[in-house]
Design a protein around this ligand. Structure first.
Ligand SMILES: *[C@@H]1O[C@H](CO)[C@@H](O)[C@H](O)[C@H]1NC(C)=O
Length: 142
């Protein structure tokens, strides 16, 4: 039984797609959310080397989200500046080697009540903290 050429091509493309996904040549889109748990207005500006998310102003308890595809080389890096009345800090909000196993599709972060740093939630658990981090050293701006 001869398969029509069209079908053979179609199947080949499907197979290739499956292989690239399994080999993680193309990774899941990651949705990163930042919430403000401080009682003050917070300004957040996140960027990567070639992507500027823009300036977001978060009222207390507010959050925002952006998304990206982690790269093949495991080198995706997003960093943010956090500014509020009385504070200004930087944090590397997505470091692929640090975060890609902890959050595949949803990386949910919050700025702590006291402004001491940021915490990452366990993926799929809206109330369980995975890890907390202090801000970047003042010397390591990006
Ligand atoms: C990226 O990380 C994954 C998971 O740790 C690993 O399997 C893969 O080999 C890494 N890829 C590269 C290009 O280093």
């Amino acid at each position: 039984m001869a398969l029509p050429m069209r079908n053979v091509l179609f199947l080949t493309v499907l197979l290739l797609l499956r292989t690239t996904c399994e080999a993680q040549l193309v990774k899941h889109r990651t949705y990163l959310q930042i919430s403000n748990f401080m009682a003050k207005k917070l300004t957040v500006h996140c960027k990567s080397k070639d992507d500027d998310i823009g300036v977001k102003i978060l009222a207390p308890q507010a959050s925002f989200q952006f998304s990206f595809r982690p790269n093949f080389w495991n080198s995706t890096l997003y960093f943010c500046q956090f500014i509020w009345e009385g504070g200004s800090h930087w944090f590397d909000i997505y470091v692929q080697t640090r975060d890609q196993h902890a959050c595949v599709k949803n990386c949910n972060w919050f700025v702590t009540k006291t402004g001491s740093g940021v915490c990452r939630l366990i993926e799929g658990e809206p109330h369980l903290v995975d890890m907390c981090f202090p801000w970047n050293d003042a010397s390591s701006h990006h």
